[in-house]
Design a protein around this ligand. Structure first.
Ligand code: ATP
Ligand code: MG
Length: 274
């Protein structure tokens, strides 16, 4: 892993809705490049992500969206041959340098993947993961678990079966369990990498509603290939291609006033020729 790199000007994400105009940032990315071996996947990318709202990251396959998310909470640190240059700050702290304990970083910046990642144990024990490091009483633990399951809109469906295996839940429920597990740690940012790509349309809508309601209090960064979904839930949209940001702005800007031909083609035809 390397940490050298230039620090070019920040690019502000244009705000949408009144709350975004002067919104403080949750994430500041400055001159960030990412590599696998000698292949440069992300090139000198700068971006500010506001501290609330949903930022949707769009772009063709292989463009580096997941790689970017995986560096935001340093999952890529464990990937062979992965290296980076530049700087990422979360709420003012340098992700690479100011978190000697990576678990502290991952508490603040949780991640939910395309495939729900539940452990082969009960629903309750899944929720306990991550809470074990805190010195909590049994009743405090139960309260946090109940509150998080409620926030994730899952409580009503599992309250009577917390000891059942998590794998007995439907995929949509498993995804909400993953979200509840992340919420139990009270994150300041949640990263979603195509969280609805593997689940049915009704469960997808439940997760979309959940994402929008969570985004009133925390920053959400969501990778999606689903343009209709982006139209429904995004406050801000970042269109990436070939490891670079092509265009970014508020949802209304991107869907009606996008200035770049590539952006317009991608959001109307879901095609990109770069
Ligand atoms: N561990 C790895 N080692 C080498 N190359 C990798 C590794 N992971 C990803 N890549 C390559 O990096 C590039 C970007 O991959 P990434 O998964 O970030 O793309 P993406 O934009 O998320 O694509 P998709 O929309 O298909 O998920 C791709 O060319 C991919 O093959
Ligand atoms: Mg991806």
């Amino acid at each position: 892993m390397t940490a050298e790199g230039s620090a070019p000007q920040l690019t502000l994400v244009a705000g949408s809705k009144s709350r975004s105009e002067a919104s403080p940032s949750a994430i500041q990315i400055e001159g960030f490049s990412a590599y696998y071996g000698k292949n440069c996947i992300i090139s000198d990318l700068s971006l500010i992500i506001p501290d609330k709202g949903v930022t949707c990251l769009l772009g063709p396959s292989g463009t580096g969206k997941s790689t970017l998310l995986r560096w935001l909470n340093r999952i890529n640190e464990d990937t062979e041959n992965a290296s980076f240059a530049g700087r990422i700050k979360i709420l003012g702290r340098d992700v690479m340098r100011d978190y000697p304990d990576v678990t502290e970083l991952r508490r603040e910046i949780g991640m939910v993947f395309q495939q729900p990642c539940v452990f082969p144990c009960s629903i309750y024990d899944n929720m306990l993961m991550g809470l074990r490091n805190f010195k909590l009483s049994k009743s405090e633990t139960r309260n946090i678990i109940e509150t998080s399951l409620k926030q994730a809109a899952l409580w009503d469906e599992v309250a009577n079966r917390l000891e059942a295996p998590a794998t007995s839940l439907s995929l949509g429920q498993q995804q909400r369990l993953c979200i509840a597990r992340a919420l139990a740690l009270k994150p300041k940012v949640l990263l979603f990498d195509e969280p609805t790509a593997s689940i049915d349309p009704i469960s997808s809508r439940v997760i979309e509603d959940l994402v929008m309601s969570l985004s009133e209090n925390i920053s959400i960064v969501m990778v999606t290939h689903n343009i209709a979904q982006t139209k429904r839930i995004a406050d801000h949209v970042v269109f990436m291609c070939d490891g670079k940001i092509v265009e970014q702005g508020s949802r209304s800007h991107m869907f009606s006033l996008a200035t770049c031909d590539k952006t317009r083609t991608y959001i109307t035809e879901e095609f990109c020729d770069c």
